[in-house]
Design a binder for this molecule. Structure first.
Ligand code: PBG
Length: 324
């Protein structure tokens, strides 16, 4: 393999040739779209830091679901913005809450869309943390019971899959047991297994109104410096019953996606989070980068790193490009 006998440019000399030797293919089948569901009626509230995204009330979901289905996007993941928040996030398991009602609305409008739900307390607690507070920190074991109730209420409302994002120890097992003992042993569980404490969640916390009112999430989300710890988190979640494991964020953690995929050979999801979306949108708005190309390159890199599923705010735009 020496120049001049080998000339790599020969395999790049036309689009047809490049298509033949292309190693990675991104398809619409890989994409999941996050949706923010708010309480009340007739609401479509723009999320300023996330162009093209809105907090939607349940009555707006019929049109939304039909559009998503027509684009061929296989699934959505739901986040709720409740009317009432309290210390223990009781709205999280309200059978008539935004997420629970949204599941039914989406299923009615487009039965084939896979409806996934994010299971976490931070959107529902008055302090914005992902569980019950004791001594200025989230108490692990008492939070597990709430997460299990929340997951169960999503399953009862018709969710196709539940996805715990709280990072409490033992939550996968607690949720699995709650589902299995209530007739939901067929509902898969996708765990946010390696979820890092990241600045890239900034725009999301505005969108979901879940900014912590004191402190930060570093006592439960992972330290960005750690790789081996991610392997232990994934191993634990698989042992406790996770069917799909997730890495989050995606772009700053492509090495983690790759290592998890290679080590565990499990269905692996990656969350291309709000900040990863917003930074490209901002650069595009300033005329600093080509928005479409930087979007497609980002998504392709996540796939190339080993992700089977990409949760991304770009889902609709990418599906349109892929469908051309
Ligand atoms: C809930 C949750 C968060 C995100 C998904 N689920 C925020 C957080 O942990 O603060 C972030 C998603 C995004 O930034 O797009 N815990």
């Amino acid at each position: 393999m020496n120049f001049p006998a080998y000339r790599p440019r020969r395999l790049r000399n036309s689009e047809t040739m490049r298509r033949l030797v292309r190693e990675t293919t991104l398809t619409t089948d890989d994409l999941i779209l996050p949706l923010f569901i708010t309480y009340g009626k007739d609401k479509k509230i723009e999320i300023k830091s996330m162009p093209g995204h809105y907090q939607l009330s349940v009555d707006k979901l019929e049109a939304e679901a039909k559009e998503i289905a027509s684009l061929g996007i296989p699934g959505v993941i739901l986040f709720g913005i409740p009317e009432h928040k309290d210390e223990v996030g009781s709205s999280a398991f309200d059978a008539d809450g935004p997420v629970q009602s949204a599941i039914k609305a989406i299923k009615d409008a487009a039965p084939d869309i896979m409806v996934m739900t994010d299971v976490c307390m931070c959107e529902y607690t008055s302090h914005g943390h992902c569980g019950i507070i004791k001594n200025q920190d989230v108490d692990n074991d008492s939070t597990l019971e709430l997460l299990a109730r929340e997951a169960l209420s999503h399953a009862e409302a018709g969710a196709d899959l539940v996805a715990p994002s709280d990072m409490m120890d033992g939550r996968v097992g607690a949720i699995r047991t709650a589902l299995d003992t209530s007739g939901f042993d067929h509902i898969p569980l996708m765990s946010y297994a390696a979820k890092y404490s990241s600045a890239f969640y900034g725009p999301f916390r505005d969108a979901a109104e879940s900014v912590p009112q004191f402190g930060d999430r570093r006592t439960y989300q992972m330290d960005p410096a750690n790789t081996n710890e991610a392997m232990r988190e994934v191993a634990l979640d698989i042992e406790e019953g996770a069917d799909i494991v997730m890495v989050k964020p995606a772009l700053p953690y492509l090495d983690i996606i790759r290592r998890i995929k290679e080590q565990f050979e499990y269905p692996t999801a990656a969350y291309n989070v709000s900040g990863e979306f917003s930074m490209l949108k901002a650069a595009e708005a300033k005329g600093w980068m080509d928005g479409e190309r930087s979007m497609m390159e980002s998504l392709l890199s996540i796939k190339r790193a080993g992700a089977d599923i990409i949760i991304t705010y770009f889902s609709k735009e990418a599906a349109r490009v892929l469908g051309r």
